[in-house]
Write a protein that binds this ligand. Structure first.
Ligand code: NAP
Length: 293
């Protein structure tokens, strides 16, 4: 049995789908407040639903019972309830889940963190690195996935990359390359890591097939759509100021993420792809998928 925490999220849901496709039994953690349509989708995949919350240790003990593997993608950055916080959920909640998994003698714990080159101080970074350390010291067999920027999130209208209108907001100079990765590829790595000997006590930095600057990305979208994109730049100095003055942990983390984006993130995937041969999705393919269909 594979317990997926974060199953109602974009990445967690895709991991569940791929695990079920491979015939794995999946237990999906959902909250009372989770979107019923997402819970229904998990049920229709054949996943067993368990109710729980990362803030509720007893529910995690219950959820881990009999699980051979735990995969956790949960985060409050985009999907949160009023009583959720980065400290209480992304940090303490994930650590509680590690403890519950250890008590339940789970065989492998796969944790979705973020890129190792993301070094800007903020509560989300503190949470991610603290959970990584806690997991590595737990005695559990661990796999830590450290993906770079998801194209489906950062190249989407929700974050100002509005390909439907041909308008793109860009953080920083637009010149620094990023190894954009497709969310589906992150899900694929997570699924392939389950029970894989090379994933035992391993940390994988995950990026896409090529490092493209935001400028290159805009050009790619223009080529694919045959349409000119209007770009609006948010200066790195403005992002630094936003990060410096932010008092709220979530705002501080968002500002740090935008600043990290502006500074670029290149990941060499050659060694990882030798272990997990996979044709990674490109930004051009993504652009075609979301604009032409
Ligand atoms: N976006 C990027 O570019 C990027 C890059 C690198 C790494 N990542 C990491 O990838 C993961 C993103 O996954 P995603 O896209 O699937 O996120 P998402 O769509 O925002 O989903 C978040 C999930 O966390 C769950 N959750 C939130 N608070 C919880 C709590 N208190 N107890 C239990 N579950 C809780 C949510 O459940 P509800 O549905 O009940 O709210 C939801 O299932 C995150 O860990 C993120 O840090 C993202």
């Amino acid at each position: 049995m594979i317990l997926v925490v974060g199953a109602t999220g974009l990445l967690g849901g895709e991991i569940c789908r791929r695990l079920r496709e491979r015939g794995h039994p999946v237990r999906a953690l959902a909250r009372e407040t989770s979107d019923p349509a997402k819970v229904q989708r998990l049920k229709s995949l054949g996943a067993e639903i368990v109710r729980g919350d990362l803030k509720d240790r007893a529910s995690l003990d219950q959820a881990c019972r009999g699980a051979a593997t735990v995969i956790s993608t949960a985060s409050t950055t985009l999907s949160r309830q009023p009583d959720d916080s980065i400290g209480g959920v992304d940090q303490d909640g994930q650590m509680q889940l590690v403890d519950a998994a250890r008590n339940a003698r789970v065989g492998q714990f796969v944790y979705v963190s973020f890129s190792g080159s993301f070094e800007i101080d903020c509560p989300l970074r503190t949470a991610k690195r603290s959970v990584e350390r806690h997991l590595q010291r737990s005695g559990l067999t661990y796999t830590i996935l450290r993906p770079s920027v998801f194209m489906e999130v950062w190249l989407s209208p929700a974050l100002g990359f509005d390909f439907t209108k041909g308008a793109a907001q860009i953080f920083g100079t637009a010149k620094r390359p990023i190894s954009w990765i497709s969310l589906g590829d992150v899900a694929e790595f997570a699924a392939r890591c389950v029970g894989h000997p090379a994933a035992r006590n391993a940390v994988f930095e995950l990026g896409g097939p090529e490092a493209l600057s935001p400028e290159d990305v805009v050009r790619t979208f223009e080529e694919v759509t045959g349409r000119h994109f209007e770009t609006q730049h948010v200066a790195e100095t403005a992002l630094q100021e936003q990060w410096r003055v932010a008092a709220d942990p979530l705002q501080k983390s968002f500002a740090a993420l935008m600043l990290g984006f502006a500074q670029g993130d290149t990941i060499d995937m050659r060694r990882t792809l030798e272990v997990f041969p996979l044709r990674l999705g490109t930004v051009r393919e993504y652009a075609k998928r979301v604009t032409i269909g």
